[in-house]
Design a protein around this ligand. Structure first.
Ligand SMILES: [Zn+2]
Ligand SMILES: [Zn+2]
Length: 158
């Protein structure tokens, strides 16, 4: 899973080194953003993950599946191109969601294009990542407020 060391070719021209952007997705990555790196692990440390560069998007989801899977009120996650994602350690899977075989921490899902990482597993806490959208807000606990500036969806994104 994931190319071990696909170093990106240097981007030509000044356009690639624009103003630092917040890590709110958009796809095109500046040289500055692609120098970023995040790492994380499960509770027992058996599984470790890392991602290079800024994520494509950052969100939270309040749907009933996310509540059950996480055992919490919502999930907080970000999506990277799968070739910027690596992991080591043994995982098990249920409906595409991967978790540690030993401690059960819920970690990520990945297909041949994208990897979605649960941001609670990152070593950095709090993270520098800010959700730009919220899904299934009709399931949001009433004591949680909408995130300033984040797109709000009653259910999944259209
Ligand atoms: Zn573990
Ligand atoms: Zn969900």
């Amino acid at each position: 899973m994931g190319n071990a060391d696909a170093s990106e070719p240097p981007k030509a021209g000044f356009a690639a080194f624009g103003l630092p952007r917040r890590f709110m997705g958009g796809g095109h990555q500046t040289g500055w953003v692609s120098a970023m790196m995040f790492s994380g692990q499960c509770l027992c440390g058996q599984v470790k993950i890392s991602v290079r560069g800024g994520p494509l998007r950052v969100g939270i989801c309040h749907c009933t599946n996310c509540r059950r899977e996480s055992g919490s009120a919502f999930t907080f996650y970000a999506v990277w191109p799968v070739d910027q994602f690596e992991h080591i350690g043994e995982t098990a899977e249920f409906q595409g969601q991967r978790f540690c075989l030993r401690c059960g921490s819920h970690l990520f899902s990945a297909d041949d294009r994208e990897a979605e990482i649960k941001l609670g597993i990152l070593s950095e806490a709090p993270t520098s990542l800010v959700p730009t959208y919220e899904l299934w807000i009709k399931r949001r606990e009433p004591w949680l407020r909408p995130i300033d500036g984040a797109e709000q969806y009653e259910e999944d994104r259209k």
